[in-house]
Design a protein around this ligand. Structure first.
Ligand code: GAL
Length: 408
């Protein structure tokens, strides 16, 4: 895979998330944070021809075009960040935005995207709930001449996806595995240590990459007997968590602890992301009787998990900077909407390190050209790295991190 690494640059300090234009909210079965019915978000960004528009050249390049953004749910923190940040960035660039959150309901997401097609959006950015359920809808988008960017999660079994913008998700898992190798000094110690895996939603194409990246990193130590899996659950399907649900991860870990850890030490709970790590950490707090504190891994930098990292209930999270993912998506979108064909050259215009891949991401119908950003490990001593993104700030006691996002 030909790698084009953009010039490394420091993270762009970003102002706090702005809540521009209209607001978007959805009734969601997750946190209950929003009880309003799912409403679309219509921007009131200045139309391109408005002389008062903030950035003339960007608004002229946007041509007042509309971008439809389809996020999976509001019940998982990171999608709220992504949705609001993407909306703010595209509006800042002079585009109109229609933003929808589909309550982790695949039928609703198809309907929401069909609605955007009916509204004649000029481009679709989709974080699929289930990458295998959008083929007909995307065929309709293609017929309507609307390009599609698969945002963060690859969309499968369709030729209608033009680009995939995400992180190197295999590396996300690999970083989690490598953290465990270092924390247990597996290269030098004999062990054996006991580990259990908690993977993500089987409907999410990313989940397999996360699990495989971690498992492959640890496989030599599992094969050598330095790492043991008392539950015997070594396959993705055995440790997957529908909808990345915190409650399901909690229940699964409680069952594992009750079955295998009444008098056995658990050394590692390798969780693919923060929403599942939150449930696993709760299970360990309530149901684990061992004297040690197991290593718990995660991903996303969710606020509750960052608190657990400060409190020692989670060891690390793999952070994927939404600024970078949104910025890359904006650049690809601008190119598409101005009739260009994004390619490797676009990487050099990005402020963050990225690779351009035209070989690895076969969605079952085509190899989707992909822009992959680089994830990084955050531990208790590195929390200021998150503050530097502009998306987090210290609380008044300087003890825990809070989000800088303005609630809409
Ligand atoms: C994945 C995403 C991760 C993880 C999960 C739950 O597709 O890449 O960041 O959080 O969904 O939203």
């Amino acid at each position: 895979m030909k790698k084009f690494l953009a010039v490394l640059s420091t993270l762009v300090m970003v102002g706090s998330l702005a809540s521009c234009g209209g607001t978007s909210s959805s009734s969601d079965n997750g946190t209950g944070a929003n009880t309003n019915s799912n409403t679309e978000s219509k921007t009131d960004a200045k139309p391109a021809d408005d002389s008062s528009s903030k950035t003339d050249d960007s608004s002229s390049s946007s041509g007042g075009k509309t971008v439809g953004i389809a996020m999976p749910t509001k019940s998982l923190e990171r999608w709220n960040r992504d949705g609001e940040y993407l909306k703010a960035q595209f509006e800042e660039a002079g585009y109109k935005v229609e933003l929808k959150y589909s309550d982790n309901d695949t039928n609703q997401q198809n309907n929401d995207i069909q609605g955007m097609i009916a509204d004649k959006v000029d481009l679709l950015l989709i974080a699929a709930i289930d990458g295998n359920t959008l083929s007909q809808t995307l065929a309709d988008a293609k017929d309507a001449g609307i390009s599609v960017i698969a945002y963060d999660r690859l969309i499968m079994n369709t030729d209608a996806v033009s680009y995939y913008v995400s992180f190197d998700n295999y590396t996300v898992g690999k970083l989690q595995g490598e953290y465990v190798i270092d924390a247990l000094d597996l290269k030098n110690s004999d062990g054996p240590f006991n580990i259990e895996f908690t993977a993500g939603d089987p409907a999410d194409n990313n989940a397999g990459y996360f699990f495989n990246g971690a498992y492959d990193a640890l496989k030599e130590y599992i094969d050598a007997g330095k790492l043991k899996i008392p539950s015997g659950k070594t396959k993705f399907e055995q440790v997957a968590t529908d909808s990345w649900s915190t409650d399901k991860a909690l229940e699964n870990m409680q069952n594992t602890l009750a079955s295998y850890y009444t008098s056995t030490q658990l050394d590692v709970a390798l969780c693919s992301n923060d929403s599942t790590a939150l449930g696993v950490a709760q299970a360990i707090s309530s149901d684990y009787s061992g004297k040690n504190t197991p290593i718990v891994t995660g991903q996303d930098g969710d606020i509750a998990n960052l608190k657990n990292i400060v409190d020692g209930k989670q060891s690390m999270t793999v952070y994927k900077n939404v600024n970078d993912e949104a910025a890359a998506t904006l650049e690809v979108s601008k190119a598409i909407l101005s009739g260009q064909t994004p390619d490797a050259g676009l990487v050099s215009s990005l402020s963050a390190e990225a690779t351009y891949d035209t070989e690895s991401y076969n969605n079952g119908v085509k190899v989707v050209p992909s822009y992959l950003l680089v994830p990084y490990v955050i531990t208790k001593d590195k929390l200021d790295v998150l503050v530097d993104t502009g998306l987090y700030k210290w609380d008044s006691d300087n003890k825990y991190l809070e989000s800088t996002a303005k609630t809409t």
